[in-house]
Design a protein around this ligand. Structure first.
Ligand code: ASP
Length: 309
């Protein structure tokens, strides 16, 4: 293995984008949770942990935290059940993904097991839960994922016959989809994303997060991307892969690739954001919404967090 170069290290997290209402406290709780997870990621990357392991660990921590729309505390579908989507991709081209699983405690862990296994990229629904069992990944009772806040939000969304993006949630606090991108000290890129999708979604709906090339992407020659926003628009715009192709074939900068891809999403009628790191170390965290929960750092520099703006 080549020597670790701490100056290569880059890392970003998101906790969802949307038109969130202003808050006196500026969503301090979410920012603090993201700061702690980013600081752990920084220590791990400096100690030589790979980008792939670090994005998985960060997303797992966010899945366990009820302040976000992933794992425990995810939004609920029309039947009041959490159906979870997640993906992980390594810059060497390997990928794993799960859609609409109901019993996998940490969906990104199953995505990682599929990446390592290598035979199939994606499992969905009850068969994803069965795959977790085969891989020795912890399952949870579906009730584990449900919080009081999410149950109340879903009832209100059902009563008004709406399917609601988490941050645009008119029925409670914004607690969004999660994702991480990293470049490790060896120059490898990786990305991971995890979500419960949209409140009151129709059962079986799968969003962009687990679709490789839509909400999640990594390629060591170009970029690592994790997206958040209106999933249907991100799938139709093929957002994450189009950033790769703009960089690979048109020599676009990371910033230009991200802006143009988000513009495509906007033209389709969707809003949201993304976090991305380029092979050359550029890092961008753009969003077309009033806010996006985020945290990032370069090398051994300070962790910066943000919410509104
Ligand atoms: N992109 C996610 C989905 O559509 C939702 C989000 O990012 O808030 O499932």
């Amino acid at each position: 293995m080549t020597d670790l170069k701490p100056q290569l290290i880059r890392f970003a997290l998101h906790g969802g984008a949307g038109d969130m209402p202003p808050k006196d406290h500026g969503y301090a709780e979410q920012q603090q949770a993201m700061r702690e997870i980013a600081e752990r990621a920084q220590a791990a990357l400096i100690a030589g942990t790979t980008a792939l392991d670090v994005v998985q660990q960060a997303v797992e921590a966010l899945e366990d935290c009820p302040l976000f729309n992933a794992g425990h505390g995810a939004v609920l579908n029309r039947e009041g059940v959490a159906e979870l989507d997640a993906a992980i991709m390594d810059g060497d081209g390997r990928a794993g993904a799960v859609g609409a699983c109901q019993r996998v405690r940490n969906p990104v862990q199953l995505a990682r097991a599929l990446l390592d296994d290598g035979r199939h990229v994606m499992f969905a629904g009850p068969n994803a839960d069965a795959a977790a069992q085969r891989h020795g990944i912890a399952l949870a009772d579906p009730a584990y994922f449900v919080t009081e806040l999410r149950a109340a939000q879903q009832k209100k969304a059902l009563a008004s016959n709406r399917i609601v993006l988490d941050h645009d949630e008119p029925f409670g606090d914004a607690k969004g989809t999660v994702g991480a991108v990293a470049r490790d000290g060896f120059g490898n890129l990786a990305a991971a994303t995890s979500t419960g999708g949209m409140t009151n979604k129709i059962p079986g709906r799968v969003g962009d997060s687990p679709i490789i090339g839509a909400g999640t992407w990594a390629n060591n020659a170009t970029c690592a991307v994790s997206a958040t926003g209106h999933g249907e628009s991100y799938i139709r715009a093929n957002l994450a892969a189009q950033m790769h192709w703009r960089m690979a074939l048109a020599c676009a900068s990371l910033e230009a690739a991200a802006d143009e891809a988000l513009e495509d999403v906007r033209e389709i009628g969707g809003t949201g954001g993304l976090i991305a790191i380029a092979a050359n170390g550029d890092m961008v965290l753009p969003h077309t919404t009033t806010g996006m929960f985020r945290a990032s750092f370069s090398g051994d520099g300070a962790v910066a967090t943000g919410a509104l703006d």
